[in-house]
Design a protein around this ligand. Sequence first.
Ligand SMILES: [Zn+2]
Length: 105
Amino acid sequence: MIALTKGLDNKCCDCGVALHKREIDGELDGRYSDYGEHEQGDMHLKFCSGCWGRIKEILKRDQGDAILKRKELEREGAKKEIPKLDFPDVAIDDIRTPDPNGVGM
Ligand SMILES: [Zn+2]
């Protein structure tokens, strides 16, 4: 059992699989803002090759593709979960508007 787990000191922050160091295909290192928990901090994320490749593909696509994907999910009747919005009484366009007083997140 020790031989099977030796060196599995990392994990993919997307799919959660344990990784040997040589299996890490991409990393993100920087600041984060958690709007739900109202906190900020630093984060260092590691990814397996499959998840890193998928993230890079998503980043290459433009916003029009993202809107079409959302419309497709809505048409399918949420076969896949559509991201939930915490502020149902607020219009979608208002949610990511910066706080004019600069005190909130
Ligand atoms: Zn992964």
